[in-house]
Design a protein around this ligand. Structure first.
Ligand code: ADP
Length: 267
């Protein structure tokens, strides 16, 4: 994709672990760091980016060939959610999903982006494989909750990327613990530390842990993610720290790409 410097997938082994919430806050964290960011919502069957980024309406085309991406908080976005009604299910078979994803990448005027964040569909099916194989991903991050049952699926996600030679930047533990806003006591509702231990065991990086937190849910579900609506909060700082680590990984990949390019010398 000309103009798009690096594409990073945010994936999870199963649904409901907070992948989209991480994707949106990660994108906004990167934008807060001064980078030009786009979000491709590849979750064809359950697009949540329009709602999480607080964008409504339909994308338009100015040249009759390519769609203009939608935009909010300085981040560009394309999602199936802009093209179909929120309550209409996408009843599609694999090839249609593949072609929709390709169009959302190629037939959208993304412009110049430092990084594109792809909110992947959960699991390891057709759409995931299309993205992993046909899109030049710089890398992927895998979101999991801490308990064994979720980690089992996260491991499958990791292996899928490994099989198609996409570097996995690391694991993120979401819903890592709950700090009661009333008494301050900490409860480990889904256990704690599983993703870090798993990352250590598998020899990949651990990028950070995010608590189970009412403000995170309220802000992302109402279209004002915490990184932009409460930028000084501890939660926003956690997301920005994760974004910094992801950017570091992206920079390493870009630098390696640069050195492996053949040098053309004009004499
Ligand atoms: P997925 O993309 O994995 O299906 P979502 O990001 O859509 O998951 O999150 C599912 C629900 O959980 C949403 O209502 C979201 O706001 C909420 N959620 C995600 N992460 C957190 C968190 N750290 N604390 C509280 N709620 C969260």
């Amino acid at each position: 994709m000309p103009g798009v410097n690096a594409i990073v997938a945010v994936a999870s082994g199963k649904g409901g672990v907070g992948k989209s919430t991480v994707a949106v806050n990660l994108a906004l964290g990167l934008a807060a760091g001064g980078h030009a960011v786009g979000v491709l919502d590849a979750d064809i069957y359950g697009p949540s980016m329009p709602r999480m980024l607080g964008i409504s309406g339909k994308p338009v085309s100015t040249d009759g060939r390519r769609l203009e991406p939608m935009e909010n908080f300085g981040v560009k976005c394309m999602s199936m959610g802009f093209l179909v009604d929120e309550e209409t299910p996408t009843i599609w078979r694999g090839p249609m999903v593949t072609s929709a994803l390709q169009q959302m990448m190629r037939d959208v005027n993304w412009g110049a982006l430092d990084v594109m964040i792809v909110d992947m569909p959960p699991g390891t099916g057709d759409a995931q494989l299309t993205m992993a194989q046909q899109v030049p991903l710089a890398g992927a991050v895998i979101v999991s909750t801490p308990q064994d049952i979720a980690l089992l699926d996260a491991r499958k996600g990791l292996n899928m990327f490994r099989q198609v030679d996409v570097p996995v930047f690391g694991f993120i533990e979401n819903m890592s613990y709950f700090a009661c806003p009333h008494c301050g006591e900490r409860s480990e509702i889904f256990s704690h530390g599983g993703a870090r231990r798993e990352a250590d065991r598998l020899g990949i990086d651990f990028l950070g842990e995010i608590p189970l937190d009412i403000a995170i849910r309220e802000t992302s579900d109402s279209g004002r993610p915490i990184v932009v609506s409460q930028p000084d909060s501890a939660q926003a700082k956690t997301y920005r720290a994760i974004a910094d680590k992801v950017w570091e990984k992206v920079s390493q990949i870009l630098a390696a790409r640069e050195t492996s390019m053949p040098k053309i010398v004009i004499q």
